[in-house]
Design a protein around this ligand. Structure first.
Ligand SMILES: [Zn+2]
Length: 331
């Protein structure tokens, strides 16, 4: 704030009237979760007052909004969300907030990957508005352990598009466009920040590709808790197996786990990984039953807290590939 307040006050003394857009109020931005919060910070810098709903290590799939979240959205100038039904809570929260702010889905322009078809019926193509409650899953003959979430909305697409760096570059362009639309006076600054950050992301993308290339082809199959890495898999050529689908809402059944253990044997998975947003118990069980070692924690859907290894998106991607490469090559 202070950085640009002073020049604006100087300008104010020189002009008789200031256009409203030049007033030194920061742009109030709400980001739904930590990863896009970091991207917003990179683009917005000092010009934005950022508020993040689902913080470090938080699971946006099952997040239960707090009353102050509606108030924050109600006061926002711009709301940034992932879209593709990543945030199960967002539609109801936006409605409850009565906000007039644009709610910008950062996956706009991304080529979505269909959610893996599985026996839960999580990925029903053409049913992206289909809402089904826990008890309806019972009608499908599933034995789901219920996580205690009343009703949820599964998309037809895998929402974790940010796990591909080329997609992250699209998110950044969408953020700059959204900020420019809401704060024309800051547009040059947003565009310059977005351009610089995009260069950083391109370098990171090259780094991830080089790290993957160093992993022997037969060691590029690994296991995580939920299907959060479909875009990473497609972009970089690592195969991920997971007992849970693209959302963490429904726990894996015993049959899902048995099937995965069979797959592990067939695919010769090289390692298993816990995730920062999910309970490690199931992965520990799979490790025990298959004899695979737990190779560490991957940051799937959230940044780490300040004392962790993934406090920014760049560090998150770097941490994940280094953890995978280190575990499967034993380096
Ligand atoms: Zn997820």
């Amino acid at each position: 704030m202070r950085k640009y307040l002073a020049p604006i006050l100087l300008a104010a003394t020189a002009l008789t009237a200031l256009p409203a857009a030049a007033l030194a109020e920061p742009l109030k931005v709400v980001a739904t979760f930590s990863i896009i919060g970091d991207m917003a910070k990179q683009v917005g810098g000092d010009r934005i007052d950022l508020s993040v709903l689902v913080g470090p290590n938080g699971d946006a799939h099952v997040y239960e909004p707090k009353p102050q979240d509606a108030a924050r959205i109600g006061e926002a100038d711009v709301v940034l969300s992932n879209g593709l039904k990543f945030e199960g809570f967002i539609d109801r929260l936006v409605e409850a907030s009565g906000t007039k702010a644009p709610v910008v889905e950062l996956t706009k322009g991304v080529t979505p990957i269909p959610a893996a078809e599985d026996e839960h019926g999580h990925a029903e193509a053409g049913h992206d508005d289909h809402k089904h409650a826990e008890n309806e899953e019972g009608h499908e003959g599933e034995e789901h352990a219920e996580a205690g979430h009343e009703g949820h909305d599964h998309g037809a697409f895998d929402p974790h598009a940010f796990q591909s760096i080329p997609n992250a570059i699209i998110y950044v362009a969408n953020i700059a466009d959204a900020f420019c639309a809401a704060d024309a006076a800051g547009c040059d600054s947003y565009k310059a920040n977005a351009a610089a950050y995009t260069e950083t992301l391109k370098a990171l993308d090259a780094e991830v590709r080089a790290d993957v290339a160093a992993v022997p082809a037969e060691k590029r199959t690994i296991i995580t808790s939920h299907d959060a890495f479909g875009y990473f898999a497609k972009e970089y050529g690592i195969t991920f197996l997971a007992p849970e689908g693209v959302s963490t809402e429904a726990e894996a059944s015993a049959a899902d786990v048995a099937k995965l253990i069979d797959q592990v044997r067939e695919d010769k998975a090289a390692a298993v990984f816990v995730e920062n947003v999910t309970n490690p118990r199931l992965i520990e069980q799979i490790a025990k039953e298959t004899g695979l070692k737990v190779g560490g924690a991957l940051y799937s859907d959230a940044l780490s807290p300040a004392d962790g290894p993934a406090t920014t998106y760049v560090d998150l991607m770097r941490h994940n590939i280094r953890t995978i490469a280190g575990a499967v090559t034993g380096s």
